[in-house]
Design a protein. Sequence first.
Length: 171
Amino acid sequence: MRRTVTLVVALALLLPALALARPRGQGAQRQELEEKIQALRIWKMTEFLKLDTETSARLFPILQQYDAQIGELDVQKNQLGNRVREIIENEEQVDKAEVDRLIEESFALQQKVLNIKHKEYKEVSKVLTPLQMVKFIAFEVRFQEEVQRLIHDIKHGDRELRRRNRQPPGQ
């Protein structure tokens, strides 16, 4: 019962901010998927770390703050990735200076993410017990791997479905 209350409190704290984080319209399906992933993250984290209501009320706003900062960097990383994809697909001629700029920008974004994660861990460690902190770090890695695996499966499932739809019946 206590965990259920904790989960409800955690969801109540985090979901309104997620709903306002990005406008609906283009990418509404993506936004909905991100919201579901975040809800799943909260639920699984609450269970795995055995969070009580008070700890959840302190932890999830911290995570929300840092997730928003990383989300902003993700937009920049996606733009950079799109530029690289564009160069590859169009077989554009690029000079060394542009390549160096793209590489430096990529490293700079990665460093910013690491800096944010470092600050997040310091702040989270003020809220969690040492055991919960170890569990938190392990959870974050495993959950990210699960999400990446799910995305991979969805993408490859879509490709397989499209490929089957292109084949004439009976093949």
